[in-house]
Design a protein around this ligand. Structure first.
Ligand code: SAH
Length: 644
């Protein structure tokens, strides 16, 4: 397990890094499970090195001197710190270091007994609430979150746009958060960006969308703008804030050798004159000849903007308001700035999202071409701005393919729990989503789809991940055993996936054959195989051949998908095949809805197995020639006590 399970908001100039600090052996022991599972370095004072601390494959680092001195180094270098220390001590230690909540690292405190993970500081923007939940999963502790939004099952208003890479603009963030905490009505005016967050709100929320109807003009206590426009708010009146989804593509044309400062100035001037927020810039678009233009490349690097370059062939196909024959003669397209802005905005809008409208007019010019020069600077810059339908997130998405085990929450691995809780979006079959609902957190996008729509589920997950979201795709049992993992990877292959974008991680789960076996004893002690009797995707003759081969080779066999309402014959044929190779009294276990409230376990024989109920929630375990039943347990000898 790597620490990329701990995605914290990207903070400029700080690596995505977490460290933990323990000053006593007890605190060391309490933090160890979290640190070893996530490869988080654990700092200890040199005085503790000689103490008999258990070594658990941890990365232990030692500081000399006082913790106060050590923190002066650690604080600016990290995005999050996890202390195994009394909250009072931590408060005193970090007090002199606190700056602003937009830049401070997240601070989580764990008590020495490892019972609580307290989000002390940087709950929303720093990601401490999220980190406290993750730490709690690994320590099996209780997360302690004291922010009001969490308690009301609402996403924090200051982290609302984080999954989509929106940029926080100017405004009274504290005032708006306070209004939400007081449960006062908050007006939301969303002019751009994803509205998925609205679908993730609880039934009771304080938001009113759009302007109030004239007939019912309730005065909102606070206002949230979600828009590419830069608004200046008056001091008086209700508190207001603005988020800027990155929907604006800036088309740039410039003479060779134009300075970075002039390009920067040109963009700033055009944005100011048109009341557009620089935060709403998705990226820069230009002609491919400019891909190495030093000023442009430097500016993009400095601001973290992608530079999209298009050929003159591509650009000349775009119809623009201000074509120029001079430009046409020079570079082979009548427009660079306008055409490039439109092309970039257009292609970003097409980014695989199923619900994005597939019309030709996906982008519009927000600012037509403007030429900016400055007397003391060489060169000239042409700027045009186009607005995309869909925001550029600037994030690399992830697909986390998660096995949720047989049913009950305590049969899920801590890593899988943490993944589900961390993801921006959770996608799965409705029944399994319901089973893991207690693991979800406020603001998460949850999409439960019917059982037959596996392909749609995978496509949707991939689309969201391409866009920049971290998506947990959940399957019951193990995700890679008749689950979603293979399908998602196969589909990625058809999309020419490069292996890294989006990132893919598979989280194993306890498969039905393991849990069924656990319930009846130890039937899988010798060579075994799984065969699914569902012929929806596999031809029946292939299944029959495998049944025959497994029966003949004396494998213990787990039958998945044994019988549905309409598919009743297959299990009968399977029994016949096994009866040809094994004795009628061969042990068979029928395990239904294992680890769920409706669980039922039946130990029977090959001859009598069909006299008991078998359905789609049953796993059938058929013993080999040595398997026996004793005291209600099904046991397959391994050979320790003699020849098998
Ligand atoms: N990925 C899952 C399997 C999905 S196929 C896993 O690894 O377990 C669905 C089949 O799995 C069902 O038809 C049934 O045979 C088996 N199954 C899934 N959950 C089960 C449960 N809780 N109890 C018994 N069988 C189960």
């Amino acid at each position: 397990m790597t620490s990329n399970l701990l995605p914290l908001p990207t903070v400029e100039n700080k690596p995505n890094s977490i460290c933990a600090i323990a000053t006593t052996p007890a605190a060391f022991t309490a933090l160890a499970p979290f640190c070893s599972a996530t490869q988080t370095p654990l700092w200890i004072p040199s005085a503790l090195v000689s103490s008999p601390v258990p070594s658990l494959g941890l990365t232990v680092k030692v500081y000399e001197g006082t913790l106060r001195q050590a923190l002066e180094q650690l604080w600016p270098q990290h995005q999050a710190l996890v202390f195994g220390l009394a909250t009072g001590a931590v408060v005193r230690l970090i007090a002199p270091l606190l700056g602003s909540k937009a830049t401070d690292p997240a601070v989580v405190v764990v008590d020495e007994a490892g019972q609580f993970a307290i989000s002390l500081c940087g709950g929303h923007q720093g990601g401490a609430d999220q980190l406290a939940r993750t730490v709690a999963h690994y320590l099996e502790a209780t997360p302690v979150l004291t922010g009001s939004a969490h308690h009301r099952n609402l996403p924090g208003i200051d982290v609302l746009g984080t999954p989509w890479g929106w940029v926080r603009g100017a405004g009274n963030w504290t005032g708006v958060s306070a209004a939400i905490a007081r449960n006062q009505p908050v007006q939301v005016l969303q002019e751009a960006g994803s509205t998925l967050w609205q679908s993730a709100l609880p039934a009771e929320h304080p938001f009113q969308f759009g302007w109030p109807e004239e007939s019912n003009p309730t005065e909102a206590s606070a206002r949230v703008w979600i828009s590419p426009i830069q608004r200046r708010f008056a001091e008086e009146g209700p508190p207001k804030v603005q988020w800027h989804p990155r929907v604006l593509w800036v088309g740039i044309g410039c003479e060779r050798g134009t300075s970075q400062a002039l390009i920067d100035l040109a963009i700033t001037q055009v944005f100011a004159a048109n009341h557009l927020a620089v935060g709403a810039i998705a990226g820069i678009a230009t002609l491919d000849l400019k891909a190495d233009e030093a000023g442009l490349v430097g500016l993009c690097q400095e601001r973290g903007w992608p530079l999209r370059c298009f050929s003159s062939e591509q650009l000349k196909a775009i119809s623009v308001p201000n074509p120029s024959s001079v430009v046409q003669n020079a570079v082979g397209t009548p427009s660079v700035a306008e055409a490039a802005a439109l092309t970039a905005a257009h292609s970003s809008a097409q980014s695989v999202l199923a619900e994005a409208p597939q019309t030709a007019n996906l982008a519009e010019l927000r600012v037509t071409k403007q030429v900016i020069r400055q007397e003391d600077q060489p060169g000239a810059v042409t700027v045009a701005v186009a607005q995309a339908d869909q925001e550029y997130t600037g994030r690399t998405g992830n697909l986390w393919l998660v096995g949720t085990g047989p049913g009950s929450l305590d049969q899920i691995t801590p890593a899988a729990k943490a993944a589900i809780n961390q993801a921006d979006a959770v996608i799965g079959y409705a029944l399994y989503v319901d089973l893991i609902r207690p693991l979800l957190r406020p603001g998460q996008i949850v999409e439960a789809l019917p059982i037959t729509q596996e392909r749609q589920r995978a496509e949707r997950a991939i689309a969201l991940a391409h866009w920049g979201l971290t998506v947990a795709v959940i399957s019951s049992g193990d995700c890679g055993i008749y689950g979603m993992a293979g399908l998602v990877l196969e589909q990625l292959k058809t999309l020419n996936w490069d292996g890294t974008r989006p990132g893919v991680q598979v989280f194993p789960g306890i498969s039905a054959l393991q849990s069924a076996a656990a319930r009846v004893g130890a039937p899988l002690m010798h060579d075994f195989c799984a065969i699914s009797l569902s012929d929806l995707l596999t031809p029946w003759d292939v299944i029959q051949r495998r049944l025959e081969a497994a029966a003949q080779a004396d494998f213990v066999v787990a039958l998945y998908n044994p019988k549905s309402k309409t598919r009743t014959q297959q299990i009968e044929v399977a029994q016949e095949i096994f009866l040809r190779h094994r004795a009628p009294e061969t042990s068979v276990a029928l395990v239904q809805s294992v680890y769920r409230p409706e669980e039922s376990v039946q130990v029977t024989t090959l001859a009598e197995m069909l006299q008991h109920p078998i359905d789609m929630l049953t796993t059938v375990l058929i013993g080999n020639r040595s398997t026996f039943t004793y005291a209600g347990r099904v046991i397959t000898p391994r050979g320790y006590l003699g020849q098998v």
